[in-house]
Structure formats: C-alpha cells, structure tokens
Write a protein that binds this ligand. Structure first.
Ligand code: FAD
Ligand code: DHB
Length: 389
C-alpha cells in the first residue's frame, strides 16, 4: 500500500491528525494495535481547552461536543478547611469544556468512517523503516499477514509505550523524566457530580479530584500508593476515602453508587527531544507525558497535531518545508510550558511520602498566595484554559 502520511496509533492524536489532513485532501492510513472498542473503553481526559475545541471544529467533528459538552468558567481548590475559586472567564475570557476523551475519540472514529478513511486495527509488529531517508515505509502484521505501507511522512501518535519514539537513535534522542511517588485511583460512577465545577483538593490524607462527564456521570480520583491495585479498593473504601479528603460540606452531599470503571494511573513528567527525526514526527503521549493534575495531556497532544498538520498542509499545498522543519521547535516550546504547569500544580496539591514540615508550609504558602493574589490567579487561569497556539 502507499499513502501520503502513515499514522501510527489510533488514539485521539492519530485520529485528529488523520481527519484534519483529510479536510485538506491529504491521504493517510492509521495503524492501531488494539480494537476500536478497546480504545473507546479507556477512560481518560475530561477537560478540553479551546484550542482542541477549535481543531475539532476544523475537523468537522464538534457538533456533539458543542451540544453535550459543559462550559466550565472556573474551578475550586481546597486545602484543610479552606476552599477558593479560580475564575477562568474573569481572568482570560475563556472557559474550558468538560467532554470526555472517549467521546472525542468516538466522534473522530465516526468522522473517519464516514469519510472512508482507512484504519487498520489489531496491527502487530509495527516497524518504521528509512525515517531518515526520502522513502520511508512501515511494515506490520495483521491477521497473520505481513504488510508494507510506503509513505511520504510518518506520524508517531502511538502513545508513551509505542514504537515511534524508540525508532529515533539514542545518539539523537534526549529524554527528560520525573516519576512521582504516587498514582491516581480513578472511578466513574453513574451518580450526579458533587459540584457543578471541578474540585482539586489537597488534604492531609492526600490529593483528591471531583470531576464529571455529565449530570449523571461523575469521575473522581484519589491519590494512592504506587503499589495499590484497583481490586484492593472496594467502592465503599473509595467513597469513604474521598469524603475524608474533600471539604466537609461537599462530603455531606456526595452521592455515592457502584463504580462502572476503576483504574490506577501512575504520575510522570516526561519529554523527548527532538520531536522529529527525518520524516518521522512524534505527536502527543509518544513524545511527552504530564502528570494529570491540570488536564494538559490530551490538550498538549492537540497542540502538537495543530503544528504538524499546518506543517504538512503547507508542504503539500505550496512545497514549503518551513512548517515541518520548525515542527519540533514550535511544539516543544509549548510542551515545556504545559510540563511546568502540570509539575507545579501536582507539587502543590499532593502529599509526598518524604515531605518535611518545611515542604508542607511551602504548599500552604503557595495556595494562600494563589487564593489572595489576582495576578497569580490570572497566571493559573491562563495556563489552565491553555496557552495560545
Ligand atoms: P494515546 O491515547 O495513548 O493513543 C495512542 C494509541 O496508539 C493507542 O490507541 C495505542 O493502542 C496505540 N499504539 C500504541 N503502540 C502502538 C503500536 N506499536 N502500533 C500501533 N498502535 C499503537 N489529558 C487532558 O488533556 N485532560 C485530562 O483531563 C486528562 N486526564 C487524564 C486522566 C487519566 C487518568 C489519564 C491516564 C490521562 C489523562 N490525560 C488527560 C492524558 C490523555 O489521556 C493523554 O494525553 C492522551 O490520551 C494522549 O493521546 P495520544 O493519542 O497521544 O496517545
Ligand atoms: C479530569 C482529569 C484531570 O486530570 C483533570 O485535571 C481534570 C479532570 C477528568 O478525567 O475529568
């Protein structure tokens, strides 16, 4: 087979890129290791920046997002018995949209199917060849059959555990990493959200987050030990622990119920540089990971897709290589700012196993400065709603 852009990974980055390129008459083939149902069963992000909403509009996939997504004008932060609000619209003029990554992915799959876009599921043994030559290609196996896909460019959208990043030689690639000494245990439950806006809580027992998907679907997270397994936590134990970590008035009106999904995610900050090697471009989690506090992962994947899709459309429409040549530099400039914000917000909101009394005082000082200082609130709001691109 031959195509213009071979896209490895059928998560949100790969699908969004495929759909945006299609709108500019650029052909692609998406290679996905899992089934569509498996990809749609992963419960992940819930908060979308305007930049991603705009890309979904450009992709022709934003109708449901507009009708079913929730505009959030602010968020709540609690510590001890204190709680305060950061007003996004007051400080930036922009809300965020609460709409699940599962739904974003579902809408993108529907659009690819409608457009007749080719997606190969259940592919194994994906290998990238000649990324630093003028004739790159990808080999893979599907249904026991070996296949070859020739292309002009390869987009590595295959997440943190994919093959694309590993294809870049070690003498070219530089990786930066920070692993946090805790994870997030998340549950989804068919109960009304405890509050109409999200609550990020720093409690002496650890971090908690109250989020939502819709009026009868709530998403809650609690900081947990890295050795915990989801099956160690009964629903009852989860609800009890969550109630202890959020302000008493919120805990009193929390509606609990059976979980319909329960999973643990480790927390990591990670960046690989450069994000381009020859004709291979890394996008999203394949190139970088943020700890989830602040909801930057999917949104940062979207800004990569924005830079790459503009670079590729300029190349095909005008023969200009400027956009693709500057892709890595432009994407990384924004990635590092999202890394800084996620690291700062995580550091302020979690309890660390080796935290000293001094460290605790620093967290409280950081939170009190944020609570009382409009300039600090504005900086927080600008980062939360998403830096421009
Ligand atoms: P992925 O979603 O990982 O997709 C990669 C795809 O590639 C997968 O479908 C995988 O099966 C496929 N693949 C992997 N290897 C191969 C291979 N060798 N060959 C072919 N295919 C392959 N982000 C936010 O912005 N906001 C949030 O609120 C938020 N909350 C989160 C909460 C949790 C609990 C977690 C875990 C993450 C959260 N994130 C959030 C992060 C967000 O989910 C990710 O950043 C996002 O999924 C990245 O998309 P991606 O397409 O780059 O990678
Ligand atoms: C969600 C996840 C996040 O990491 C976050 O900061 C906010 C919301 C969520 O899954 O709803």
């Amino acid at each position: 087979m031959k195509t213009q852009v071979a896209i490895i990974g059928g998560g949100p980055s790969g699908l969004l890129l495929a759909q945006l390129l299609h709108r500019h008459n650029i052909e692609s083939v998406v290679l996905e290791r899992k089934t569509k149902d498996y990809v749609l069963s992963r419960i992940r992000a819930g908060v979308l920046e305007q930049g991603l909403v705009k890309l979904m509009e450009e992709a022709g996939c934003a109708d449901r997002l507009h009708s079913e997504g929730y505009e959030h004008d602010g968020t709540l932060l609690s510590y001890g018995d204190e709680m305060f609000r950061i007003d996004f619209t007051e400080h930036t003029g922009t809300p965020v949209i609460v709409y699940g990554q599962t739904e974003v992915t579902r809408d993108l799959y529907a659009a690819r199917e409608k457009a007749g876009g080719l997606i190969e599921f259940n592919v194994d043994d994906v290998v990238i060849h000649g990324a630093d030559s003028d004739a790159p290609y990808v080999t893979y196996r599907v249904d026991g059959e070996d296949r070859r896909l020739d292309c002009d460019f390869i987009a590595g959208c295959d997440g943190f555990h994919g093959v694309s990043r590993q294809t870049i030689p070690l003498d070219v690639r530089r990786e930066y990493e920070k692993v946090y000494p805790f994870g997030w245990l998340g549950i989804l439950s068919e109960t009304p959200p405890v509050n109409h806006e999200l609550i990020y809580a720093n409690s002496p027992r650890g971090f908690a987050l109250c989020s939502m998907r819709n009026e009868n679907l709530s998403r809650y997270y609690i900081q947990c030990s890295l050795s915990d397994k989801p099956e160690d936590w009964t629903d009852e134990a989860f609800w009890q622990e969550l109630k202890r970590r959020i302000p008493a008035d919120q805990a009193a009106r929390l509606v609990t119920g059976p979980s319909i999904e329960k999973s643990i995610a480790p927390l990591r900050s990670f960046v690989t540089e450069p994000m381009r090697w020859g004709r291979l471009f890394l996008c999203g989690d394949a190139a970088h990971i943020v700890p989830p506090t602040g909801a930057k992962g999917l949104n940062t994947a979207a800004s990569d897709v924005h830079y790459l899709y503009h670079g590729l459309t300029d190349y095909y429409a005008r023969g200009s290589t400027e956009g693709i040549d500057r892709y890595s530099e432009k994407a990384l400039a924004r990635v590092w700012k999202a890394e800084r914000f996620s690291w700062w917000f995580s550091s302020m909101m979690h309890r660390y196993p080796d935290q000293s009394e001094f460290d605790l005082k620093m967290q409280v000082a950081d939170l009190e400065f944020l609570r009382s200082n409009k300039a600090a609130q504005k900086a927080m709001a600008e980062n939360y709603v998403g830096l421009p691109y």
